[in-house]
Design a protein around this ligand. Structure first.
Ligand code: MSP
Length: 656
């Protein structure tokens, strides 16, 4: 029978603020899940969304949308990103799914019946962005110790979970089972900062808002979002439902993977809940580091492009996957810059891997008409290469078993480098000139293609598209199974080899950096000019432009809209989107920078009537001071259309 492997990401807040850092946990879990599948494990990879709680309720309100509609929209966008990044999850759970809500109610009821949940008064500090309660002593300078933001003093009647009852068992769990919480540094953090400092019972219900799962026996109360969210790992498997066969098959989880900021919830609250429910504990909770921009967890960026969709479309999905899997030392933080991203593509994906594939396949085509020769005459250097290739599977597996993903990739690149060196050592182009060396030439090329087969196979969990392309270029149509096929010598000879197209586009890094800067500026300008924060197609769907909170008439009356006439117009050199207009508004000449260049030439703008937003604070766009905005909309094809008065009126006419 196949061995099972259950791996989970945290469930994501449907906030719409997806960036490269947000994708990290999911891409890493995907590589691990794919690797295990290839090893023949019966894998269940779970991800999903954490949709309840005050934070989401507030964001939806700010977007003037019914909360459910808002989360539906965000969840759709997130799923599109996962599809784009080739995430091979087996199930996507939403905490608004009925089966989950029903099971969470049953869980709460069971804990209450058992006496592990009781009713009392809560007074303490609540951090809404983290959805976390804190005691006064836990605050750092009066702020949330996790995120440093303001906390609110909360006093309400609440149900409590007897977390303190499990303190000793939790200490024992972490101390006697070092595999449970990894990496090791997180163990000390949890033991010293929380467990040994003394656990207090946890408030597990709220009455101040409604967006959540009701306490089954007290409709005034909503179940605390972390109890709701953590339960997803078992409700997704049918725990406390009519059909719990998946739960019986896959639980306990083999790995719960997450960023380090939410380790506390997973290594203290979650095991305590499971202990209270008499459910076995997960085998491992792993807290990875953050992808940083500057010294902060990426949340906003200025110069760096951190949008996974833009990066994937411009450089290929596997360049993004490779960067995430390779660049961040697992368990520690890693810093993203445009430079490190482009350098990885150029050096590892183009120069090393791409070169090996194109050189090797081109030589088979040139010297053997695209038909792989057999191995017939071994020579110097072969042994070293073959030994390294034959040891690859074991090294990759050992690293993956320890969740050392960058190290696993580094082993594959060792082989790639060795094979490139092998070409330089064996000099096939010299062998090709000597008819007596034809067998040796054939063997050298066989060895290279066989190495590529094994490298391509090893890459399948990490870079699925690239691996597929390598294998198909060397004539392998069926996805190979793993371990067995990573033994050197399986190709028979006679396979059709196609001269490979480049795997990735090599770039002039300085030029490309300049392009990226330009792009970042345009994105920032689009945001500043009020044309919506959409950086990508996906984001555009997440953030409909029309949905804004209501404002009072007085606020609207603060706006001054007037007609104007465009006197002159020119392109802004460093931008593809922006035009600089000089507009006459009632005799006053204003410079306005507007993102309309994709639909209007400077020439056709001259003489046009436009509606100008007059009282906007001047803002610099691409180095030019813009004194206002002109009103535009977009047609169905995405062309920009000017918003205007029905007929020509005098410049400076008030629009109201
Ligand atoms: N909803 C909670 C988890 C509940 S699990 C029962 C949550 N969601 S989240 O959307 O904020 O985060 C999802 C994952 O993205 C977490 O693992 C988080 O650590 C990860 N990341 C978000 N930004 C990140 C970086 N900049 N770098 C690496 N991972 C980061 O927390």
């Amino acid at each position: 029978m196949k061995q099972k492997f259950y791996i989970t990401t945290p469930i994501y807040y449907p906030s719409g603020k997806w960036h490269l850092g947000t994708c990290y946990t999911t891409v890493v879990c995907d590589a691990l899940a794919r690797f295990k599948r290839m090893q023949g494990f019966d894998v269940f990879y779970l991800t999903g969304t954490d949709e309840h709680g005050q934070k989401i309720e507030k964001v939806a309100k700010a977007a003037a949308m019914p909360t459910k509609e808002y989360v539906d929209m965000q969840v759709n966008s997130l799923i599109k990103i996962w599809d784009l990044l080739n995430i091979s999850y087996d199930k996507f759970i939403r905490t608004t799914d009925k089966y989950h809500e029903d099971a969470v109610k049953k869980i709460f009821q069971k804990l209450f019946d058992k006496g592990d949940i009781y009713k009392s008064e809560y007074e303490g500090w609540y951090c809404t962005p983290c959805e976390a309660f804190w005691t006064k002593t836990q605050l750092k300078d009066g702020k949330c110790p996790d995120c440093g933001r303001e906390v609110e003093l909360t006093k309400e009647s609440s149900y409590f979970f007897r977390l303190s009852k499990y303190q000793d068992r939790l200490i024992e769990l972490i101390e006697s089972n070092p595999e449970f919480l990894q990496p090791k540094s997180r163990q000390n953090e949890m033991l010293n900062n929380f467990l040994k400092a003394g656990l207090q019972d946890l408030a597990v219900s709220r009455t101040s808002f409604k967006w959540g799962i009701e306490v089954p026996f007290d409709s005034e109360h909503i179940i605390y979002v972390w109890i709701d969210a953590l339960s997803n790992y078992i409700t997704a498997l049918g725990f406390m439902s009519e059909d719990d066969s998946l739960f019986r098959k896959f639980w306990p989880a083999d790995v719960h993977m997450m960023g380090k900021e939410i380790i506390r919830f997973h290594s203290i609250i979650w095991p305590a809940l499971l202990m209270a429910l008499d459910v076995p504990l997960p085998k491992k909770v792993y807290g990875h580091g953050w992808l940083l921009f500057g010294s902060d967890k990426i949340s906003k960026s200025k110069g760096n492009i951190i949008d996974p969709v833009i990066l994937s479309e411009r450089y290929k999905v596997d360049a993004v996957r490779y960067y995430l899997l390779r660049e961040v030392p697992f368990g520690q933080d890693g810093a993203f810059t445009n430079y490190t991203f482009l350098s990885r593509i150029n050096s590892d994906l183009c120069n090393s891997l791409g070169n090996l594939l194109s050189r090797s396949t081109a030589m088979v085509e040139q010297y053997f008409g695209g038909v792989l020769p057999q191995r017939s005459e071994d020579g110097e250097f072969d042994g070293q290469l073959i030994e390294l290739v034959n040891g690859l599977f074991e090294k990759v597996r050992d690293n993956m078993d320890k969740l050392l993903v960058p190290e696993a990739l580094a082993e594959i690149w060792q082989v790639v480098s060795r094979a490139n060196k092998y070409i330089d050592e064996t000099l096939p182009w010299v062998l090709s000139k000597d008819a007596a060396k034809r067998d040796r030439l054939g063997t050298v090329l066989y060895n290279l293609i066989e190495t590529l087969r094994i490298v391509g196979t090893a890459l399948m969990p990490f870079l699925p598209d690239t691996a597929q392309k390598i294998l198909s270029d060397i004539g392998i149509k069926e996805a190979p199974t793993f371990e067995d096929s990573m033994t050197f010598g399986k190709l028979k000879g006679g396979e059709t080899i196609t001269k490979a197209q480049p795997l990735f586009q090599r770039m002039d890094i300085n030029k490309e950096l300049a392009e990226m800067d330009k792009l970042a500026e345009q994105l920032a300008a689009t945001k500043e000019s009020g044309k919506g924060a959409e950086q990508t197609k996906v984001a555009a769907e997440q953030e409909p432009k029309d949905i804004k909170p209501e404002i009072a008439y007085d606020d609207f009356a603060k706006m001054e809209l007037r007609t104007g006439e465009v006197l002159s117009c020119e392109k802004i050199k460093r931008s593809e989107k922006l035009l600089k207009l000089t507009v006459d508004v009632a005799g006053e000449k204003r410079t306005i920078v507007s993102g309309i260049a994709k639909s209007f030439s400077p020439e056709e703008m001259v003489g046009k009537q436009v509606v100008v937003v007059c009282k906007l604070k001047p803002a610099k766009l691409c180095g030019e001071l813009s004194q206002g905005m002109i009103l535009c909309t977009e047609d169905e094809q995405g062309n920009i259309v000017l918003v205007n008065a029905e007929k020509k009126v005098g410049t400076g006419s008030v629009v109201s």
